[in-house]
Design a protein around this ligand. Structure first.
Ligand code: PLP
Length: 421
């Protein structure tokens, strides 16, 4: 199946007289014919359903769909994108280990990596994603067990060189984890460029309609966990009566270990209802992503030609610092998110944004409706104008998430905003 067809059909194939649409299985528990059948499930939980904290048929259909879209060996949904990022790392790292992350990643992920994981004894070493191979190699320590980056960073809109980082990570015998939230598998499939694990916040374009939070981890099945660096994969798991993940589950060791150990213990599995909503979003993902890219490129060009705008950051624009990398990794477009700096600083930006009628002020991004956020008033609110400059945030910076309205209506709204300043 081509990717558009997978959006509709992967993960669920009804048999004779079964429901056409993936059903919501609203049951926390499953029945067995005998005590022996229950025992068999505990011996190998992958053989049948065990309990709703581990798996649910509705959620599993969506997991299989996203796995098919990314081209992996298995996927596991989580209740948020944050939970996906957390579990993707905890499945590899323990107290005393470190990992490397690009510095340009989502703000919530920075908090998780720099503060919360540190409290658990896991060190994150941040590197400039544009650094040379030598500089990145120099950041590795003997306890470094993974590398993390974001394909298209939120909100910096930098494009991550997946092949460069995959090569470096593999030379050190560790996996590369990619947050592929903004592109979705429609615009970029990181496994094709050497990534080993993918995480998503499905809250963004995948759900797409701002109705359901969620996350997912996808395993390529390509990383060799038996290379000596990952004893948790190759030695008996005492919490699962001595299972050796690489021996019992082969290429699917990572994703099955994540479910059997971490989902069991942390319990951040989504509900059937939430998976049903996510599936509705996925069914139209291919159409929506194309239109977001088309609308956003038109808007980015409009902003670039406006003399009240100081600068526009959209990797799809020729001349953008990341345009060459965007052509390689995101040839069909760079999503609907644009950031731009309006001349006149903080007060002008606020006046412009408050004059918009179609675009709404939202903390969300990647909504189906056009929305805007002023970082200086929101995520970086506590900073003075001088501190903002030091943090690289211009008071006039606006993040614009272009939606699926007719692009002429979006442009008219922006024209009204510019007329007001
Ligand atoms: C929003 C976001 C997250 C966190 O996802 P939640 O679903 O809000 O927990 C992670 N990564 C990126 C790139 C995001 O945009």
């Amino acid at each position: 199946m081509k990717i558009e067809t997978k959006c509709l059909h992967a993960g669920y194939t009804p048999k004779n007289t079964e429901p056409r649409v993936v059903p919501i299985v609203q049951s926390t528990t499953y029945v067995y014919d005998s005590t022996d059948d229950v025992a068999a499930v505990f011996d190998d939980p992958t053989k049948s359903l065990i309990y709703s904290r581990f798996e649910n048929p509705t959620v599993m259909a969506v997991e299989e769909k996203i796995n098919a879209l990314e081209g992996g060996i298995g996927a596991m949904c989580t209740s948020s994108g944050q939970a996906a990022s957390l579990l993707s790392l905890l499945n590899i790292l323990k107290a005393g280990d470190s990992f490397i992350s690009a510095a340009t990643i989502y703000g919530g992920t920075i908090n998780l990596f720099a503060y919360t994981l540190k409290k658990l004894g896991i060190e994150c070493i941040f590197v400039d994603a544009d650094a040379s191979e030598e500089e990145i190699n120099a950041a590795f320590k003997s306890n470094t067990k993974a590398v993390f980056g974001e394909t298209l960073a939120n909100p910096a809109l930098t494009v991550f060189d997946i092949e460069k980082f995959a090569k470096i990570a593999h030379a050190h015998g560790v996996p590369l984890i990619i947050d592929n939230t903004f592109p979705t598998p429609i615009l970029c499939r990181p496994f094709e460029h050497g990534a080993d694990i993918i995480v998503h916040s499905t809250t963004k374009y995948m759900d797409g309609h701002a109705v359901q939070g969620g996350g997912v981890i996808v395993d390529s099945g390509n990383f060799d966990w038996t290379n000596g660096n990952f004893p948790e994969f190759t030695e008996p798991d005492e919490s699962y009566h001595g299972t050796i993940y690489t021996k019992t589950y082969g290429k699917a060791a990572y994703i099955i270990k994540a479910r059997m150990q971490l989902m069991r213990d942390f319990g951040c599995y989504p509900s059937a209802q939430s998976a049903f909503y996510l599936n509705l979003g996925l069914e139209t993902l291919h159409i929506r992503m194309k239109q977001y890219c088309e609308n956003a490129l038109t808007v980015a060009k409009f902003l670039e030609s406006n003399d009240k705008v100081e600068s526009v950051n959209y990797p799809g624009l020729p001349g953008n610092k990341y345009n060459e990398l965007a052509k390689k990794y995101l040839p069909d477009g760079t999503s609907g998110v644009i950031s731009f700096v309006i001349k006149g600083g903080r007060s002008t930006a606020v006046k412009f944004m408050d004059s918009l009628k179609l675009a709404s002020n939202e903390v969300h991004v990647a909504d189906i409706r056009t929305c805007v956020l002023h970082p200086a008033s929101a995520t970086h609110r506590q900073l003075t104008d001088e501190q903002l400059v030091a943090a690289g945030i211009n008071g006039g910076l606006i993040r614009l998430s272009v939606g699926l309205e007719n692009v002429e209506d979006i442009l008219d709204d922006l024209r009204e905003g510019f007329a007001a300043i």
